[in-house]
Design a protein. Sequence first.
Length: 144
Amino acid sequence: MMSLGKIAVLSVLQTEPEEVRLLDQSLPVGYKVYKSKVGSMDSAKIFAAVETAAKREGFISSNYREEHALYHSILEAYQGICRGNAGLGNVLRSAGLLYSIVRGPRTVGCADDGEWIAVALYGYMGAPMKGFEHEVLGLGMNPI
């Protein structure tokens, strides 16, 4: 069964051929999906990249409710990759991440629950030296 969170996580983990197949299955049942990448030692740059992409790609409109839902989805995913409230640069850590943004119903056929937005982050985090990093994965989702 397809769901918002599952699509966000699968999208961020899959390679292009698998991703195209996932998009072909997701769009007809009401999901909009976007995937890109970001890398930084500054958490503000990660938040800004995801938020800018969501606005540019039409995932949210410029009203408080939608921006707030997106912000908290990014924050939840970010806390997942940071293991809590830790940051990046201030503790000498860097991140190279893929991210996906998904908007649609929480689960297929659950339109009475309204629209939701999910953000998944996947990649590598560690000391800012090649070979000193490990994989991380985070997911955040909120109603719009």
